[in-house]
Design a protein around this ligand. Sequence first.
Ligand SMILES: CC(=O)N[C@H]1[C@@H](OP(=O)(O)OP(=O)(O)OC[C@H]2O[C@@H](n3ccc(=O)[nH]c3=O)[C@H](O)[C@@H]2O)O[C@H](CO)[C@@H](O)[C@@H]1O
Ligand SMILES: C=C(OP(=O)(O)O)C(=O)O
Length: 441
Amino acid sequence: MDKIIVRGGKALSGNVKVSGAKNAVLPIIAASILAEEGTCVISDVPALDDVRTICDLLKSMGISLTYDHEVLTVNAAKLTSVEASYELVRKMRASFLVMGPLLARQGRARVALPGGCAIGTRPIDQHLKGFEAMGAKIEIGQGYIEASVEGRLKGAKIYLDIASVGATENIMMAAALAEGTTVIENAAEEPEIVDLANFLNRMGAKIRGAGTGSIRIEGVDKMTGCTHCVIPDRIEAGTFMVAAAITGGDVFVEGAICDHLKSVTAKLREMGVEVDEQENGIRVRRTGALKAVDLKTLPYPGFPTDMQSQMMALLLVSEGTSIVTETVFENRFMHVEEFRRMNANIKIEGRSAIVEGGSKLTGSKVAATDLRAGAALVLAGLVSDGETEVSALHHIDRGYVNFTEKLLALGADVERVTPESKTREVSVSESMKVSFSPNFA
Ligand SMILES: CC(=O)N[C@H]1[C@@H](OP(=O)(O)OP(=O)(O)OC[C@H]2O[C@@H](n3ccc(=O)[nH]c3=O)[C@H](O)[C@@H]2O)O[C@H](CO)[C@@H](O)[C@@H]1O
Ligand SMILES: C=C(OP(=O)(O)O)C(=O)O
């Protein structure tokens, strides 16, 4: 099993380019199932394990795909199966996003129950409530959810009890090909929802209001292939912003969209970090001490839960006590135990973590507990005494393209080690080449 070895003490500097957003591209690839004709050509598709998983899933349904230099083509004219197997859904919960498109196009879908994961139980009741409101019959058995509808789905007014990102996306995709108009109230407002709506509209859908709490979808009879470029990953961008801040560095995060990162920028500024918002990216510098701040995760435009663990790493080296409250997922503090191995002083009280700043972090053996926790441990390693060894990298590979290489290019003392070959020497230019070649043949 690969490990990342980090030796602390280097201030990061230079330019890092943000890849396409994982959380935008996954629903977009699922949405391409809706195109009965033509090819979807999607660019800035990051070479991530999660992308490979959803591509494998579409391939298992008879859909043809190609991937070359971050351009993915999907031709879903031929669709031979409406099933998403346990093996693929288990690897990645976002696989459940194929349910809406399959149901809308084929009138039937059979998808393995996604179950919980390290960060919480993550139910899908809001997705199912939406499909039922559109006339689908839902049956659950033998670990699978079967949804079916006589004829077409019918437009409906759906109020989400929770502004769920996945439910908003799944229902929006289903409604795009339904008969009549669907209105989703208390919809999630994340930028990835806007990107998905833009993609669907290019395919022929009629969606208005994405990015607000009320989305109106007029169903159409047919959708076709289109071209689309995925938005930059705001969480990857935020992770590098924290990397700059934690090391007292000076980094330009190229491609980051300032508007998508307002809550992160505001917190960094509150802590005494200089954040310069530019047209094509964000420059982050830190020279002085870091101030403790409190933060609470919330749905967009609130502070993202996917940045909680990285910010916690930063708060560990600030002056004073901070309170981090996690309101989105009920169990997203697994990284606290790992931080403690690095001499962190953190107490958990219910949904809050009391983070004592100013501890001298020490390098240690730690394991990623989810993908953002993995990144956060590497960030903590950048300022720890001695060597930090991060394992369980399959989490990091789900959501960060060339994470080690990007840090290396900014001057970090970091390497990825494969036990069989001891050290895998990676030249940055080589590693930046396309390293993803899924078996699309
Ligand atoms: C692939 C992807 O885009 N993943 C993101 C997406 O996950 P995901 O779409 O799974 O997150 P949701 O917004 O659906 O979940 C938010 C909260 O709602 C709850 N819930 C959700 C659906 C439902 O039917 N019932 C229910 O109770 C969840 O358990 C969770 O507590 O948004 C999360 C919240 O910003 C991010 O952390 C994930 O990175
Ligand atoms: C929780 C995350 O992803 P997922 O919803 O795919 O598990 C994440 O990206 O931090």
